[in-house]
Design a protein around this ligand. Sequence first.
Ligand SMILES: [Zn+2]
Length: 265
Amino acid sequence: MPELPEVETFKRYLDSTSLHQRITNVDVRDAYVLKRVSARELVRRLKGRRFENSHRHGKHLFVRAGNKLWLRLHFGMTGSLEYLKHDEVAPKTARVIFRFADRRRLAFDDQRKFGEIELIEDVDEFLQTRGLGPDALEISLSQFKAIVGKHRGAVKAILLNQQLIAGIGNLYADEILFRVRMHPATEAVRLSDKDLTGLFRAMRYVLEKAIALKTDFNRLPKSWLLTHRGKGGRCPRCRRALKSAKIGGRSAWFCPHCQKRASRS
Ligand SMILES: [Zn+2]
């Protein structure tokens, strides 16, 4: 499921391929992805315009196409972008294809169909209406401490809560907690100032490193939990068996030996 690093990678890909080209048409192959806009209206509003720039917040990507006109993309479970030269065939699971004047295309590909495409007028207004928290890479250390340290519940559930901090999903939350050797069920209110600083640094490190590697799973360090996570997986630190548990409604994977539950404060 695309999380902040994947969506940032899509943003950079879109910025480097699809800006400033006149949009000549939009093929909607599967209208299910369209939210609060019909296929006809999407085509009518975008035809003749250009994608001018983009902005990411959490797992949402916003692409400006004019005054008070933004395309909002959310990648759901399996969404991605693919830029196609004129003779390249679009993937079978491409749901919406933006056509440009130079005959190239940008496909919104989404096998599992949980993605979302919408037209909105104002990004800030959208973020406010959704009640989304600050972006995980924009948040300052003091903001982070105020949000995580004062919130009741398991630290993992707090990291996953998009209303508190936007962008972190199940996989990267586990990775961040593994890096800082914290059990995912640790009560956030029991974390010391030092714990919170460590958690913040681990969050930034994991997200930035994943972006730098373009979230290519095969290039992620073998010392990361992500490459071992799952049934039969062993801790890359101590080689003991990894465990899973439902925390915050999602399956957490962790090392019960390296990640202690008790607060160290
Ligand atoms: Zn371990």
